[in-house]
Structure formats: C-alpha cells, structure tokens
Write a protein that binds this ligand. Structure first.
Ligand code: THU
Length: 130
C-alpha cells in the first residue's frame, strides 16, 4: 500500500467518528507528520452550526497540539461521488502549516485524486505577505 493510500485509510477510520447530525455529511481527514506519525480527524458539528469544525482542522490541530510542525501530506475522505476538497478556511490553515503538500482526496467508492496545495490555494496570503 502506498503512503497516500495508508493516509486515506487513516482518514476513513477517523470519518467513523464524525459528529454530523445536522448535515449528515461525514468527513474524515488525516495528516502525515514528518516524524512519521499520522493524525486523523473528523468533522464535529454543533447545534449553533457556526461552531462546526471541519475534519481537516481537527486533524491538523491534533497534530499541532502534539508538537508536530512539519507535514508531508493531507487526506480527505467522504462518501460523495464528487471528491470533497477542503473548504477555504481549511485551505488557509493547511497552507500556513503544511505548505505546498499533496492533498489526497478520496471517496468510499475507491475514487482517489491528488492535488497540491499550491493549486488549491493560488496567490495565498501568508506570513510572507507582510
Ligand atoms: N466539512 C469538512 O469537515 N471538511 C470539508 O472539507 C468540507 C466540509 C464538513 C463541515 C460540515 O460538518 C459538513 O462537512 C457540511 O459542510
């Protein structure tokens, strides 16, 4: 199994814990740190809707809070026929902490496609902007 495939497996497992009673859209994500550790995350919704946190941010914040600062890849898994890319807020965060990493999008039907963050967030605003 390739490194991207094993990251997708971790994202699928994390998706099992999604708390998505409002949208019923369950998302799993995983980030691979250069230390070798993989951190999974799922979306966690809230009755006040706006407090919902995406799977990507949960995975990334778990890793950051464990001291990780260098990352090599991100994966996002849903059961949507059309692969689910990270939302704008998550793209900003992934860019800031992970840079131009591959973002592997996959669904439960076995579809998989990889984009680089530079393509998902062209002309980014970041600490080099000021
Ligand atoms: N969501 C994610 O967790 N990641 C994405 O990349 C897209 C959207 C979640 C937020 C919300 O719980 C649900 O999907 C519907 O927007």
């Amino acid at each position: 199994m390739s490194e991207h495939e094993s990251l997708v497996v971790a994202a699928k497992l994390a998706r099992e814990n999604a708390h998505a009673p409002y949208s019923n859209f369950r998302v799993g994500a995983a980030v691979r740190a250069n230390s070798g550790r993989i951190f999974g995350g799922c979306n966690i919704e809230n009755a006040s809707y706006g407090l919902t946190v995406c799977a990507e941010r949960v995975a990334l914040f778990k890793a950051l809070s464990e001291g990780e600062r260098d990352f090599s890849a991100v994966a996002v898994v849903t059961d949507a026929e059309r692969l689910t890319p990270p939302c704008g807020a998550c793209r900003q965060l992934i860019w800031e902490f992970c840079g131009d990493v591959p973002v592997v999008l996959a669904n439960l039907q076995g579809k998989m496609k990889t984009f680089h963050m530079g393509a998902l967030l062209p002309e980014p605003f970041d600490s080099s902007s000021f």
